[in-house]
Design a protein around this ligand. Structure first.
Ligand SMILES: Cc1cc2nc3c(=O)[nH]c(=O)nc-3n(C[C@H](O)[C@H](O)[C@H](O)COP(=O)(O)OP(=O)(O)OC[C@H]3O[C@@H](n4cnc5c(N)ncnc54)[C@H](O)[C@@H]3O)c2cc1C
Length: 405
């Protein structure tokens, strides 16, 4: 059956990218967003297009393709989303950490993946407020920085210009199935019939999938962020990760020399909150900093006292040049995840297309828009989708259980 009329659920990076590519193929697209475009994780993330620690297989393939796509999108989309080919680092401050980071660099280089080691002086040149005793870093020149909420609005605007109807403030309550096919959605404004439905609702997708009896292995992880006032006189060139993040990534944990003790602060254990120590700078000079990670039972977009304290604890320690800078805003977001880190991109029921469970949506989200468009059109997808099928073995997320990437 030829699919002409498509309902998309969710106005994040995945939903708007799907709307953009499908509308440009001449499809009749209606996107439903419960609140406003970029309300979810995409509007709350610090803009890492992060290739550095992507696992071999689909993760690397989609991220490399996604990074290449940005070279086109920055000229093609109607609004500037502050793309910067910034590169990215994971710095270290002890010799023990350095040994493991250097092993990471040579392992990844041996796979032909872009990665270098840089010394402390180079890190201090790139990241002005960092501590003087920083010893070195891994550096991935392919990492890039974006203003994600602006990218999402730009995709939505591009889709609108190509004829899509973007409906903000309209919640989808359920997906409608008749016989063996999905035929539309039930919305706050009534029934909407379509030839196909694209489910791109981020951490909220699981509830909607339930309405057609699909058990989606997608959980939600809360991350907390603080933003300074604009400080263009303080330069943070690359995306910056601190040493604590390494334990989150399989590529580090699988190294023969790996030792988590070198990358854990006592306050993480005390609070049972791990910290993804990170920093990026936007075009106006504001610096985004984070991120404590936890797993509330229900989706909760409010930061907590404990979470903010932990988010800033490592920043205060490692970035003395920022101690006196004013904080402008704080927020939290909920990142969707699957137990194996790969998204779910598939058509489990005829007419239902899943674009769900994106951990690294900035790298993979725009490509998901292309991949789902290919599935809808019955074309060969640009990347093999075997690893991201709905029916692969995934653990159902348990509340409070930490996930690793
Ligand atoms: C603080 C934080 C930092 C992060 N850092 C990065 C990073 O630097 N790089 C990176 O690649 N990834 C990062 N991530 C993850 C990244 O943000 C996600 O991978 C990505 O945004 C997921 O996009 P999405 O479109 O699937 O979901 P979302 O952006 O969450 O969009 C889902 C949308 O669906 C809407 N919705 C929900 N239910 C309904 C309904 N019933 N009806 C209609 N609409 C509905 C929501 O309002 C929301 O707007 C981070 C996440 C967080 C929270």
């Amino acid at each position: 059956m030829s699919i002409e009329k498509i309902a998309i659920v969710g106005g994040g990076i995945v939903g708007t990218a799907c709307a953009y590519y499908l509308a440009r193929e001449g499809k009749q697209v209606t996107l439903f967003e419960e609140t406003v475009i970029a309300h979810g994780a995409s509007g709350r993330n610090p803009g890492f297009v992060w290739l550095h620690t992507r696992n071999p297989g689909f993760g690397r393939e989609v991220s490399l393709a996604g990074r290449e796509l940005y070279d086109t999108l920055k000229d093609e989309l109607p609004l500037d989303f502050e793309f910067r080919a910034s590169g990215g680092i994971i710095f270290y401050t002890t010799e023990e950490q350095g040994e493991i980071v250097r092993e990471f660099v040579s392992t990844v280089q041996a796979d032909g993946y872009p990665m270098e080691h840089i010394d402390g002086a180079e890190v201090r040149r790139m990241v002005q407020p960092i501590r003087q005793d920083v010893l070195g870093a891994s550096y991935c020149p392919a990492d890039a920085c974006i203003n994600t909420p602006l990218l999402v609005r730009s995709f939505a605007e591009g889709a609108r210009q190509a004829g899509a109807d973007i409906r903000e403030g309209v919640a989808v309550h359920s997906i409608i199935q008749e016989g063996d096919r999905v035929v539309g959605v039930e919305t706050a404004e009534g029934r909407f019939e379509a030839d196909a439905v694209v489910l791109g609702a981020g951490a909220w997708a699981r509830k909607l999938a339930d309405t057609v009896g699909i058990q989606l292995g997608v959980g939600g992880e809360r991350l907390q962020v603080a933003a300074t006032v604009p400080v263009p006189e303080i330069k943070v060139e690359p995306l910056v990760y601190g040493p604590l993040v390494t334990k989150q990534y399989r590529l580090f944990r699988d190294l023969p020399s790996w030792n988590a003790d070198h990358f854990t602060e006592p306050y993480e254990d005390e609070a049972n909150i791990e910290v993804l120590e990170l920093m990026s700078q936007r075009k106006n000079g504001e610096i985004l900093m984070g991120c404590a990670m936890d797993y509330p039972d229900e989706i909760d977009l409010r930061p907590t006292v404990e979470g903010l304290a932990r988010s800033l604890q490592s920043i205060v320690q490692d970035f003395p040049g920022l101690r006196g800078v004013a904080v402008d805003r704080v927020w939290a977001g909920v990142l969707p995840f699957t137990s194996d880190t790969a998204p779910i991109i598939d058509e489990p029921i005829p007419g239902l297309f899943l674009g769900s469970g994106h951990v690294y949506g900035n790298a993979a989200g725009p490509m998901t828009g292309k991949l789902i468009t290919s599935l809808v059109l019955g074309r060969e997808p640009e990347i093999d989708l075997e690893e991201v099928r709905f029916d692969r073995a995934l653990e159902m997320p348990g509340s409070g259980v930490a996930v690793r990437w």
